[in-house]
Design a protein around this ligand. Sequence first.
Ligand code: HEC
Ligand code: HEC
Length: 334
Amino acid sequence: MNIKRMFKVAGVFALGVTLSACQGQLSEKPPIHPNMNMDQQPRVEAQEENNFFADGRAMRQPVDGTVARGLAKTDLAYYEGIEENGDFIDYIPVDLTKSFLYRGKERYEIYCAPCHGQTGAGDGIIMEGNYGYVPAPSYHDQRVRELSDGELYSAIYNGVRTMPSYSTLVPVEDRWAIVAYIRALQESQNINEQEIREYPVDVDAMQAAFADKQARQDSIAAASTPEDAPEPTVDMGKEVITANGCAACHNEDGTPGGIGPTWAGLFGSEGEVITADGETITVTKDEDYIRESIVAPEAAKPVDYAQGVMASYSYLADHEIESIVLYIKNLSEN
Ligand code: HEC
Ligand code: HEC
């Protein structure tokens, strides 16, 4: 290599170092930006004003009827769990596989088990503490067993009564996986006697305990005509209150801060209530008032609980309501 050539190579090298090293130093001059591409051009910021449009806004609405890519949710059965006519579907519109069920189990245990319990018996950890939650029903109650797949889906998608929707946390496919898992849980708890006798458990003692409880509840709730209705008693009141989960919101020992007013000293007291018309009146809390609070809570709400969340229990039989009245009355008499 001759001397001239060496200088040339060294020169090119030095130029390269000089250009590539022009980074990181402070400079008063604007940066060199040889190829502008479209890096700088006229534009408007989000929310900016723009006189070009009649409404003065720079941001434009999408044309009516625009559907974002991937959001044309026309499959009602899959996305909403309903038929064209709005009825709930009674099938799971996704192929059931073992891994899908396990996915459902995993999601269920994250999002539902804290309230509904690991087996779906309504005994999740949140229900054990006295946190004032409305009790979650058991999936093994006949009523819930008979809900269609679409209704179970809807509980997650829309929420149900006091249970909020979980649709932002649980995407569509996972909702169906959870529905499938709830069905598996229901199967697991509905074992027949033949099968259960193959396990080492005292079936007869379990049956006797169950029959006992059932007989007690039946005598209270199942009286279909007023004639065979049992005589309301304070003890019956206690059973009805327990069966309906009133204690989730009410207490009997006067502790303040519950979701609903305490029952301690309620009977016979005077208090200001807001009527359904929004008037504030003072009432004496007698038997009629308690009855009304149970069947039509919106008719008169204590002023401190004007945002009342109590639902009507008008489905209770008369003797059940009377037994609650006796029970609450009894709290003030002792
Ligand atoms: C924060 C507690 C809580 C969580 C978490 C929760 N639920 Fe519930 N769920 C409830 C309560 C309370 C009710 C009863 C609502 C009522 O009757 O007002 C309920 C009712 C239901 C019902 C019965 C619907 C009916 O028609 O009676 C289903 C099914 C259900 N939940 C499914 C789910 C599923 C699936 C999940 C998980 C994605 C879930 N829930 C998460 C509290 C919860
Ligand atoms: C979800 C919570 C909740 C449940 C469950 C609930 N209540 Fe209430 N209850 C309230 C709230 C809140 C109020 C006050 C505002 C209103 O009436 O809605 C109230 C008001 C009452 C009152 C009037 C109290 C007063 O100081 O004037 C009675 C009586 C009553 N409830 C009985 C019952 C009975 C009996 C049950 C069960 C069958 C029950 N409640 C279940 C929340 C609940």
